[in-house]
Design a protein around this ligand. Structure first.
Ligand code: HEC
Ligand code: HEC
Length: 155
């Protein structure tokens, strides 16, 4: 909502905006385009950047917390029974994307199969990457982990 739709040269106005944070997590960027008849800058783009801190992600919990309730509804349950690309999208991509906490898939692809295997099975100390192997209390079977390694290397 704009305070006035007529502004003379040098005059100021206020633009009121509402931003709906529901179903959003982390850093979110939205742009607002202001179209005017200013001959020099007919279009001004305003960039709003917000870090949405929800009850789940505001505190530092140990990495394995994502495997338990209430975290598992987003971090584990959607991957149940899945393999390969679908499993990566359900369990891994929320963290492994460009600009997020984990390397994106093209970076992961550069690792050897052995490096992928040990990181996925055991986790990475000092990071929020937990060990996903059922042997260490994670949600994934050996064949699911093999399918992820294959998917990453063939990507
Ligand atoms: C409503 C779905 C949802 C729930 C519930 C949820 N997460 Fe997440 N989590 C996400 C998404 C989506 C991301 C990716 C971050 C982004 O998109 O900004 C994420 C990212 C993360 C990250 C990596 C980014 C960071 O902030 O370090 C951690 C760690 C994490 N979640 C832990 C948890 C824990 C612990 C819980 C339970 C207390 C939890 N999550 C519950 C959806 C969820
Ligand atoms: C809660 C966020 C989160 C989730 C979920 C997650 N990771 Fe990670 N992962 C990380 C972080 C953070 C690191 C350490 C930074 C990095 O190297 O990418 C990491 C590291 C790794 C590494 C080692 C990278 C290296 O350079 O040694 C691999 C391989 C990996 N993750 C694969 C996966 C796979 C496959 C999944 C899904 C089963 C997954 N991760 C799920 C956050 C996450």
């Amino acid at each position: 909502m704009v305070s006035s739709d007529h502004l003379g040269p040098g005059e100021e106005g206020i633009i009121k905006t509402t931003f709906d944070t529901s179903r959003k997590i982390g850093t979110v960027v939205r742009t607002i385009q202001v179209k005017t008849n200013d001959p020099v800058r007919p279009l001004v783009v305003l960039r709003l950047k917000a870090k949405i801190v929800d009850a789940f992600h505001s505190s530092n919990l140990e990495p394995k917390a994502i495997f338990r309730s209430p975290c598992r509804s987003c971090h584990v349950d959607r991957g149940i029974g899945r393999t390969g690309a679908a499993l990566f999208r359900a369990d891994c991509m929320m963290c492994h994307r460009r600009g997020y906490v984990g390397k994106d898939i093209l970076e992961l692809k550069k690792l050897s199969k052995q490096q992928l295997k040990s990181a996925i099975e055991e986790g990475v100390k000092g990071t929020v990457m937990p060990g996903f192997s059922s042997r260490v209390g994670g949600p994934l079977t050996e064949s699911q982990i093999r399918s992820l390694i294959r998917y990453i290397k063939e990507h």
